[in-house]
Write a protein that binds this ligand. Structure first.
Ligand code: FUB
Length: 323
């Protein structure tokens, strides 16, 4: 597959988390809707209310919609805005992790459980204790441990926190200060809670210095994803206001990670968000853009394109605006 392919044409879908379960691809996206809320820097126009799951037997084949698998009405603690989700498998159960604002408009991360990868999922009665901000990505380290990566700036509220505590007037650091970090945390054995305090996922430049808050072309903004390639850990993410998908490489799930480069140049639309997965011997980048909605940044559409590595393990940059 050399050209990107749109995957879903009867609804708007974004933020794809993709996993191989039982030899099939399962896609866990956000479900974008037109709710009429005006666009702002707080992301209020991303007013999503449920999740669908999709599956594919083949990368070129049909995409099956498994319908609504979790609705905001069924989450007792939820207020509004179901954003980027992810899923994981352990010991015969599937877990759906989702950020949603509580009734005081503060994002937390919830978890819902199913016997099947396609759901439906039954939510726990409370958010994961100690969780905050958005964009959970859950990585199976294939040694019995799962790690969650999370966080997002601006509307994602990460700037309100230091050392996992909410600040009175949380703001981003000054440009010359180290950038705010994505968070990484090991999950409990039962997959329902954090097993420890979340830690900073530090991204270093080639001189071993943490990226600075003013380095908008490289610093973490949102959309964490983790994958492993040839024994190395690849942390990828969006730079937000510079609209790039970038990556950094480390030797273990906690890092530190060293910045490497751009995976995807800007797409049509403000946000960019992705997952990277190996399927039947090839690697794919799932992502989204706003071409089908005519550029409405809150109405996005899923795409997939093949991703290639160079011999040294770096990733070949993909053009976001190719046909
Ligand atoms: O879909 C809402 C938000 O937009 C996600 O949580 C961010 O990553 C961005 O894609």
């Amino acid at each position: 597959m050399k050209k990107p392919r749109y995957l879903v044409d009867n609804m708007y879908t974004a933020d794809p988390a993709v996993h191989v379960f039982n030899d099939k691809l399962y896609i866990y996206p956000s479900h974008d809707i037109e709710s009429g809320i005006p666009e702002n820097d707080n992301g209020d126009h991303f007013d999503m209310r449920d999740y669908h799951v999709f599956s594919m037997d083949d990368i070129e084949g049909p995409v099956t919609d498994h319908g609504v698998v979790l609705d905001v009405k069924d989450v007792p603690w939820a207020g509004r805005q179901m954003w980027d989700t992810d899923a994981a498998y352990k010991n015969g159960k599937y877990y759906l992790y989702f950020p949603v604002k509580d009734k005081n408009d503060i994002f937390h991360i919830g978890v819902a459980v199913s016997d099947k990868p396609e759901g439906p999922f039954v939510p726990e009665t409370h958010p994961m204790i100690g969780s905050y901000s958005i964009d959970p990505c859950v990585f199976d380290n294939e040694d019995g441990d799962h790690y969650m990566y999370f966080g997002g700036l601006w509307g994602g509220q990460l700037q309100r926190y230091r050392n996992n505590k909410a600040q009175e007037c949380g703001a981003e650091p000054a440009d010359a200060e180290p950038a705010l970090c994505a968070k990484v945390v090991k999950l409990s054995d039962d997959m329902l809670e954090f097993a420890e305090e979340p830690k900073d996922l530090v991204i270093l430049d080639k001189n071993g210095e943490p990226l600075k808050a003013g380095d908008h072309g490289r610093r973490f903004f949102e959309a964490s994803w983790m994958h492993k390639y040839e024994g190395k850990y690849y942390f990828s993410y969006s730079t937000g206001d510079t609209h790039l998908l970038c990556y950094a490489i480390g030797d273990n799930p906690y890092g530190p990670f060293t910045y490497q480069g751009v995976i995807l140049t800007p797409v049509v639309g403000w946000t960019t968000h992705h997952s990277i997965v190996e399927f039947k011997g090839k690697w794919y980048l799932f992502h989204h853009d706003c071409v089908p909605s005519g550029g409405k940044t809150w109405l996005r559409s899923l795409k997939v394109v093949e991703l290639e590595y160079n011999e040294d393990g770096t990733i070949k940059t993909i053009e976001g605006m190719q046909d």
